[in-house]
Design a protein around this ligand. Structure first.
Ligand code: PLP
Length: 392
């Protein structure tokens, strides 16, 4: 039987045609598709400004730069995330502080954020883990009280909703970043974006993306020059995305709602099928949240490693999201120590991500569940009744 991966992109003939059209056009980079893609995502998320980048990581770097994070500053983020969520602080010379996760929700705990805030704190970087928005309203309140900037890492959460608004609307954040890596909801191969309602952040992000150079009349210091004139204002990078990638992104955006509905359906089936197994728990959607289910992590009380290995042998792709960032050797060398966030560390020991992607067939989903039940029976000795039918 074919292996089932834990994640996979969905690219159809329309996507392929869109890319080919750009390759035949005048601009393969710095052309019109970039602005069109930015506008399409901004409209979808109901936000004023969008700046596309060549990765979610460069988008995070740019957001931290725009937030003014520099040497000596601190920013608070979640340990249960991809390393980029805190690396971006290091890029700017700042120091990441890790606040422990909420029990159950797996996003950063506002109470722990409060404990991590010092005079040096400049920003909070909440992560919308698995597609479930973090406790953004409470985090916003803390940020307002302590004069902090909120950079929401929404790499998992394009299409998710929080209190009636789309992630990326920046209702409770100053900037929200997205990723378009192949496993994310919408892909450009590699790619990312920063969304914001602030004109100032927008100007800074656009400059940072391209060497710190501007041609914008409103931004130029010397305004009485010819049309070709440009000025470098800050030390930016080449973090530009191409028109080739944005054409793919534009075409992918047409399918976003279909992708999310499919992901939600699979997640719903997993939940129904696992609800009778005591040893296994999964993320619950809060009533003010609509998750976009980027991944489906389950929590297994005992024997996670044994079950991980058995799934692999059965040809079912799994993954661990995530190793607490500060437990990586690079962070340990910076002085972070085991025991810093006990809830995150316990979560890491117990979590395992099941396959979830839009092209997953019914029979593949059922196969995953059947294999898990069989493994759990072998490991725990209990049985769990029928696999529910998908029709419900
Ligand atoms: C994917 C991801 C990013 C950005 O990663 P890129 O691969 O650089 O696009 C950032 N944070 C989280 C939580 C992610 O999952």
């Amino acid at each position: 039987m074919k292996n089932i991966p834990y994640a996979r992109q969905y690219v159809d003939s329309k996507d392929i045609k869109a890319v080919i059209d750009v390759l035949r056009s005048d601009y393969i980079t710095q052309g019109p598709r970039i602005g069109e893609f930015e506008k399409k995502v901004a409209d979808y998320c109901e936000v004023k400004y969008a700046v596309a980048f060549n990765s979610g990581t460069s988008a995070l770097h740019a957001a931290c730069f725009a937030a003014g994070i520099k040497k000596g500053d601190e920013a608070v983020t979640s340990p249960i995330s991809f390393a980029a969520s805190s690396n971006c602080v290091l890029y700017c010379g700042g120091k990441p502080k890790f606040a422990d996760i909420l029990e159950g929700a797996v996003s950063i705990d506002p109470v722990e954020i409060l404990k991590s805030i010092t005079k040096k704190t400049k920003a909070i970087i909440p992560v919308d883990y698995a597609g479930h928005p973090a406790e953004l309203k409470e985090i916003r309140k803390i940020a307002l009280r302590h004069n902090l900037i909120v950079i929401e890492d929404g790499a998992h959460a394009l299409g998710a909703e929080y209190r009636g608004r789309k992630v990326g609307s920046c209702r409770y954040s100053d900037m929200t970043i997205l990723s378009f890596h192949a496993v994310k909801h919408v892909t450009t191969g590699e790619g990312g974006m920063v969304l914001t309602n602030s004109r100032d952040f927008y100007n800074m992000l656009v400059m940072f993306r391209s060497h710190g150079i501007t041609r914008d009349r409103h931004v130029l210091i010397d305004k009485n020059k010819d049309w070709w004139f440009y000025e470098m204002h800050l030390l930016g990078f080449n973090y530009r995305i191409t028109d080739i990638q944005c054409a793919l992104g534009l075409s992918q955006m047409d399918k976003l709602d279909v992708f999310i509905n499919k992901r939600r359906k699979i997640a719903g089936f997993y939940k129904r099928s696992l609800s009778g197994i005591d040893e296994v728990s999964y993320l619950e959607e809060k009533k003010y949240v609509r998750s976009s289910w980027h991944i489906f992590p389950v929590r297994i009380k005992n024997n996670r490693d044994k079950i991980f290995d058995k799934l692999k042998v059965a040809g079912i792709g799994t993954n661990i999201h995530y190793i607490p960032i500060y437990l990586h050797p690079y962070y340990k060398k910076l002085g972070y120590k085991k025991g810093l966030c006990p809830r995150a560390e316990k979560y890491y020991d117990e979590t395992l991500t099941l396959p979830l992607y839009p092209a997953m067939s019914d029979s593949e989903v059922i196969r995953v569940i059947k294999v898990i039940r069989k493994i759990m029976r072998g490991v725990t000795g209990s049985s769990f009744g029928q696999v529910p039918s998908r029709a419900r």
